[in-house]
Ligand binder design. Structure first.
Ligand code: NAD
Length: 261
């Protein structure tokens, strides 16, 4: 396991699921971790656990912010720089699946809110951290992608459109900042057993909701993949969506599915 000692990661959307698992993964590898979500209770609980010296090497800080607000995200970047002095990795993980509805039945305001979080949230993170990473001479930005970036699914027009846009933000970030040593990379994790997946299952809409729960991977798997993408080996995937849906992708991260032989 690579060491992230003296490195700092910000995880946007860290209260539960993939984001929380990523916080524990980086802390276990020695990083200082900034956990961000809209409300404080869960992120403070995770930060408290990480700050118990028996559990992890890194230090944790919980900061509230709505990723849909550029001012909020910029404040997170500024506070992190004051407290930890640098930002080496940014994980744009915050995302929502609601409102699950066909286009003609969707609520325009709710649809728009999902876009504000899933697309503008990622833009806000990139916009706020890139000037610092340029000055620093490098850094890694991991954007959470999805198979929905490439495939239309019933009831998910907002989600599919937003993940396709995130994929393009990854490509655009790579095109503009590779020359500054900044790696911008996406992760397509497959289906993961989180609150978001429960919401999908409860909706009963489209084939993803029908999948057996046992087919979903635990959030610790994408957390490991995100940490992998922040190592030198991850550089090979800059500007693309790295996937752990394939045996090859999983093998690189050190993950093994029962079907991998
Ligand atoms: P989740 O619902 O369990 O967690 C989402 C996190 O985002 C939470 O911490 C929540 O507080 C935070 N968040 C939501 N809106 C926010 C906002 N406006 N400001 C700040 N934080 C906000 O979801 P998850 O399954 O852990 O998904 C994490 C990411 O991975 C998402 O971007 C999702 O689209 C992506 N993803 C998930 C799956 C899956 O199967 N679960 C598959 C592919 C991609």
């Amino acid at each position: 396991m690579s060491s992230f000692e003296n490195k700092t990661v910000i995880i946007l959307g860290a209260s539960r699921g993939i984001g929380a698992a990523t916080a524990y993964q980086f802390a276990a590898q020695g990083a200082n971790v900034v956990l961000v979500a809209r409300s404080s209770k869960q992120i403070e609980m995770h930060a408290g656990k990480i700050n118990n010296p028996q559990n992890a090497k890194g230090q944790a800080l919980a900061l509230t912010a709505d990723v849909a607000s550029y001012a909020d995200v910029r404040t997170v970047i500024e506070k992190t720089l004051v407290i930890f002095g640098s930002i080496d990795y940014l994980v744009n993980n915050a995302g929502v699946i609601e409102p699950i509805a066909r286009l003609d039945e969707s609520d325009p305001e709710e649809w728009s809110k999902a876009i504000d979080i899933n697309i503008k949230g990622v833009y806000n993170g990139m916009r706020a951290v890139i000037p610092h990473m340029k000055k620093q001479g490098g850094g890694v930005i991991v954007n959470l992608s999805s198979g929905a970036a490439n495939n239309a699914l019933e009831g998910w027009s907002h989600y599919c459109a937003s993940k396709a846009a995130v994929k393009m933000l990854t490509m655009a970030g790579h095109k503009e900042y590779a020359e500054y040593g900044i790696i911008v990379v996406g992760l397509s994790p497959g289906t993961v057993a989180t609150d978001m997946m429960s919401t999908i299952k409860d909706s009963g809409v489209n084939p993803v909701s029908q999948l057996d729960w046992t087919t979903h991977i635990p959030p610790e798997w994408p957390a490991k993949a995100i940490a992998f993408l922040c190592t030198e080996q991850g550089e090979d995937f800059a500007g693309t969506d790295f996937s752990i849906k394939t045996p090859e992708g999983r093998a690189l991260v050190g993950l093994k599915h029962p079907s991998d032989e």
